[in-house]
Design a binder for this molecule. Structure first.
Ligand code: NI
Length: 264
């Protein structure tokens, strides 16, 4: 069983066959999908979406690209949406200095405010960091390990990974680790203990080999998982079991939801 920890199933790339994509995911052992939001609109839609499928969960949050137009009231609405039993996390939130879509100072402010919200609600966060490692770590460190969460689509070094692990974070890899030029990312993967790893597609982007360049979808996680098993030199089934457990350890509301379903 596989827990897909980061998908954007509401992306327009899935408009013509979303139900098929979900069906294929289930057929391939993807038994839970965390649908990740990136602005107020997608957060609202994602919570509704998660409530239409037993195996789909949601996160709510404002991506650093979408910081323009942020209002304080947005935090109140995020809080309300985060109270839903299918909302597992605040995300994706963070910093992106690669694209210039939103001023750095605004990005930092919105990131910190959403971390505060997550802390107050006892929810984990899903962190996006692109070319902003130092500021991301500085802001996270200022919370004195009171933040639980995952660094998504990890692309940093083994050294930076150790800092994140020390902060108590999980680290998640996409299909990027299957690429030919992924040496640095593979070195980082080697440095991360099995009980701190998560799996994700970040679909519709980041398709693993041999599907690189095509639209990605949750079922393709099997290629990424195989690569992780190979790098970590662990049996595929044992790896999957561990990653499944990790996901429920971090996203505690998913465990509660599952237990409730089973007790009915
Ligand atoms: Ni994403």
């Amino acid at each position: 069983m596989i827990f897909e920890s980061h998908a954007h199933l509401l992306a327009k790339q899935f408009d013509h066959d979303r139900d098929e994509v979900i069906k294929r995911a289930l057929e391939n052992g993807i038994h839970a999908v965390l649908n990740v939001s990136d602005d107020m609109k997608s957060s609202k839609e994602s919570v509704i979406f998660a409530n239409t499928h037993e195996r789909i969960f949601s996160s709510v949050g404002i991506h650093p690209h979408n910081g323009k137009g942020f209002k304080e009231e947005d935090l109140d609405l995020l809080e309300t949406l985060a109270l839903d039993s299918k909302t597992l996390a605040i995300g994706e939130i963070g910093l992106d200095y690669y694209y210039d879509f939103c001023e750095k100072e605004v990005q930092k402010e919105i990131f910190a405010k959403q971390l505060e919200l997550a802390k107050n609600m006892g929810l984990p966060v899903i962190i996006h960091d692109r070319e902003a490692h130092k500021d991301t770590i500085d802001i996270l460190s200022s919370f004195n390990k009171e933040i639980k969460g995952v660094m998504h689509c990890y692309s940093g070094s083994a050294e930076s990974a150790k800092i994140l692990l020390n902060l108590g974070l999980y680290i998640s890899f996409t299909g990027v680790i299957t690429f030919k030029n992924a040496n640095k990312t593979i070195e980082a993967l080697k440095a991360i203990p099995l009980d701190r790893l998560l799996l994700e597609t970040d679909c519709p982007y980041m398709s693993p080999e041999p599907l690189r360049g095509t639209r990605n979808e949750p079922k393709n996680l099997i290629y990424t998982a195989r690569k992780i098993a190979e790098v970590k030199q662990v049996q595929y089934d044992i790896l999957l079991e561990q990653l499944w457990e990790n996901s429920f350890n971090l996203f505690e509301k998913a465990r509660r939801y599952k237990q409730e379903l089973e007790s009915r």
